[in-house]
Every structure is written in C-alpha cells, then in structure tokens.
Ligand binder design. Structure first.
Ligand code: PMP
Length: 350
C-alpha cells in the first residue's frame, strides 16, 4: 500500500439503478413514464442563449420564487439543489454534526448510509417491523438527528402525518428531515408542520411526480434560519449548483398545476390496477403509496424473476439484501408497460 493511501477518504458509493442505453421497458429507477408539462419544452426551446454564456443566478431566484408562491411560504424558506440527492447531502453536511448517532430505518433509501459514511456521521438504523412499518417509538431516544422518507423507499409505505408529527415533536433538540420524494402519490405532506416546528426540514423533488429526473431539481422547505445555514454550506461548496436550463424548466413545470395533478392521478390509477393484477398471479405487494410497487412471490425467487424480466427487456430493481431478498421494486410505468410486465410474469407462473 502506498503511504498516501492512508490519507485518502475512502467510501463505498451508492449504487444507482441501471440506465441502459438501449430501448427497454424501464421500471427500475422510479422515473415518470410521461413527459414533463408541455410548457417546459416550449420554455427550453426559446431559452435565450446569452443566459447559457453567463453564469446562472447563484440563488436560482426565479425557481425559489416560483416554489415559494406554489407552497405559500416566503422565499427565504426555500432552498433548491441539483436533485433532492444534492439537497439531502447538503442537509447531512450542515445539520448532522453531533457525536450522537443519527437515526434512520434499516430498510430505507440506501444513500443515507453512504452520506453518513462520507461525512463521518455516526448513525444507527432502527429496524422496521415485520410488516416493514417504521416504529415511531424507536425514535424517542437521544440521537444526533433523524431522517426518513415518507412514503418510505423501497417499501412505498406511508406514515400518517400524526405519527410523523410525533417523531418531530419528540426530537425538538435535533433536526428532523422528512424526505418526501414520493409524497405527491401518497397523502398529507409534513409541509403543513413547518411553522409549528423549528427543527423540521421537508425535502421534495421534481424527479418523480413532475417527470424531470433528467433535469436534476430538488428543494428543501423549512424556516428561514435553517435555510440560511443550508445556503451558507452550499456557498462554501459550489455557488452555481443550479444550471440555467434547470432553473427555466423548473419555473415552467411549477406553473402547470392541472397537468401535474392529472399525471399523478394516472399513475395512482395504474399503480392500484397493477397491484391487483400482481396479487391475482400470486404476488404479495405492500400497500404502496408511491410510484412503485414492492412485491414478492411465495414460490419464485425474486432474483430469478428479476433476471427473467431483464432478459426480455423489462428492467425492475432487485437488491437481494438482508430482509428484502425476496422482493422486487417495480416502478409504475404506463398501463401498456405494466401489462407487458404482468403478462411475462404470468407466463412464467403457468
Ligand atoms: N429520496 C428518495 C427516497 C429516493 O428514492 C430518491 C430517488 N432515488 C431520492 C431521494 C433522490 O431523488 P432525486 O435526486 O432525483 O431528487
């Protein structure tokens, strides 16, 4: 080993789902099967090229303003970043600096562990119960901060807002981050608690319900003090995180509420239909409130089904990790894509 090796920050990176370059039915990374709002394409096509030449507005002010007005909060309550991954990573860096461990569920978004390792944050995973539900009482102990997604990933299970509130209320000495990447497909958001709890940060994304995973836009909403701390960390890292095209496209997407709501309805309808179909052919599915279904079959190995689907050009996500080795996570695509998936699986089961 070279002597410089000992000073290198070594991390085990997050492994994202595959992005195949050929045409497949892609149900592996929870993207939206429909295009972004029509105004987004128009706005990008008519973008002033001079804005490309110049550095973007470091505050991404237009996008912050659009989000503030959409959510009826002040502009100094909004922080934007390059996807919610960027926002969450900034939150870890900024708010999780205690010697005490931060808490998150054992089955959850696997990036949390990676950021904790990267920033040398101690952490403790609280096991979800046998039904994969988060046990709120596990979070009522001393800790250095709390983060969990609602709905949780990859289970898709939604925690009712009064239970989320209990966790926030019992942890007022630390920061609690609710990662609401999938909230638009679920139920009530913790955004309505922002004014009530000074320790709360809600993080959301344009990647799922707004069909813009490729543009990389995420945001946090909180009180002005915590947003200031986030901005201070961001400006100490990279001033120009949001590129000009993302700012323009993001502003346009927020304007079209009708398109957004119709898209969400379509996905929920397809999800509920696909879940019933999967159950008809013997799968057990968790009660997903997200744009994906977490499913296991009692008689077939998830790994085998995952590989069979892949060989036929249908990509889903499979981890094979502890407690979830029998599960596949299937993103909700169009009705036609889900029909193709179900007919292939049914063929295997005959
Ligand atoms: N949180 C959760 C729970 C997720 O599943 C994802 C998607 N991988 C993200 C955050 C990050 O999404 P994005 O960076 O595209 O906003």
């Amino acid at each position: 080993m070279k002597s410089f090796e000992k000073n290198i920050r070594k991390v085990e990176p997050y492994v994202p789902g595959e992005q195949p370059q050929k045409k497949v039915i892609k149900l592996n990374t929870n993207e939206n099967p429909y295009p972004p709002a029509p105004g987004v394409e128009r706005a990008l096509k008519s973008m002033d090229m001079d804005r490309m030449r110049l550095y973007p507005d470091p505050t991404a002010g237009e996008l912050v303003k659009a989000l503030a007005s959409y959510y009826h909060v002040d502009e100094d309550q909004v922080f934007v970043g390059v996807g919610s991954d960027d926002v969450l990573s900034m939150c870890f860096l900024t708010f999780f600096n205690s010697e005490k461990p931060i808490f998150f569920p054992d089955i959850t978004y696997s990036f949390y562990k990676v950021w904790a390792d990267l920033y040398r944050i101690p952490y403790e995973c609280c096991p979800v119960d046998d039904n994969f539900r988060i046990v709120k009482e596990d979070y009522y102990r001393e800790n250095g901060g709390v983060i969990f997604p609602n709905p949780n990933a990859p289970t898709g299970l939604y925690m009712e807002l009064h239970d989320v509130e209990d966790i926030i209320a019992r942890n007022q000495d630390v920061i609690v981050i609710i990662d609401e990447a999938y909230i638009d497909f679920a139920g009530k958001s913790a955004l309505e608690l922002i004014d009530k709890y000074e320790n709360l940060i809600v993080v959301q994304t344009f990647s799922k319900a707004r069909s813009m995973a490729g543009m990389r836009i995420g945001y946090a909403i909180s009180n002005p003090l915590l947003i200031k701390y986030l901005n201070d960390a961001k400006y100490s890292f990279n001033s120009y995180t949001m590129n000009q095209a993302a700012i323009v496209a993001g502003v346009e997407a927020v304007k079209d509420r009708k398109y957004f709501e119709e898209g969400v309805c379509k996905i929920i309808k397809t999800r509920d239909w696909a879940k019933k179909e999967l159950e008809r052919i013997g799968f057990s599915c968790l009660d997903s409130r997200a744009n994906f279904i977490f499913a296991a079959h009692p008689e077939y190995e998830a790994k085998e089904l995952f590989e069979l689907l892949k060989s036929k050009g249908i990509y889903v996500r499979y981890w094979g990790s502890d407690r979830i080795e029998q599960y596949m996570r299937i993103t909700v695509g169009t009705k036609e894509e889900m029909e193709a998936l179900i007919s292939l699986l049914e063929g295997r089961m005959l």
